[in-house]
Design a binder for this molecule. Structure first.
Ligand SMILES: O=C(CO)[C@H](O)[C@H](O)COP(=O)(O)O
Length: 151
């Protein structure tokens, strides 16, 4: 499974630590940047390449970090097929995948420490969508909303 990661300046330090942890855990990770600290870079710019890669299937899941995790979540959800959510604990990290096919977790680099983010990522990566009738039905309804409203 190929995993993508991206962060703005407010999440850069956490991202660098997470990339190391992912590599140590033998996870194939694509780092979409930012690659250097630029104090006024903008989260829509840094998360877009990652969101596009998820949208076209180049990576199967992603992790996005900004100061709060809110901005990257809002921006990434503009891409077709991206199901991003702001996550701050492990239950939602796996339940979001199992019930809702969440494919991008967004975390706040100014909110959570790296050890909790790492626990969240492990729960997220270990989880799979449960193809039960009610989850599939709801996912199809979400896709229908996207088809109807995103032109
Ligand atoms: O969390 C974020 C968006 O949701 C940004 O990382 C945050 O707004 C950046 O703030 P600043 O430009 O003041 O460093």
């Amino acid at each position: 499974m190929k995993i993508g990661i991206a962060a703005d300046h407010a999440g850069l330090e956490q991202k660098q630590k997470l990339v190391s942890l992912l590599k140590e855990a033998q996870v194939e990770v694509v780092d979409f940047g930012a690659h250097e600290y630029i104090s006024d870079d903008d989260f829509p710019d840094v998360v877009s390449p990652l969101a596009k890669a998820i949208s076209i299937g180049e990576v199967s899941k992603g992790i996005a970090v900004c100061g709060s995790g809110v901005g990257v979540s809002i921006a990434a959800n503009k891409f077709p097929g991206v199901r991003a959510a702001l996550i701050s604990e492990t239950y939602s990290a796996h339940q979001g995948v199992e019930h809702d096919a969440m494919n991008l977790i967004c975390v706040g680099g100014r909110v959570l420490g790296v050890s909790l983010i790492w626990e969240i990522i492990q729960a997220f990566l270990a989880a799979s969508f449960q193809e039960e009738e009610r989850f599939v039905r709801r996912l199809l309804k979400v896709q229908e909303l996207e088809n109807r409203h995103f032109k």
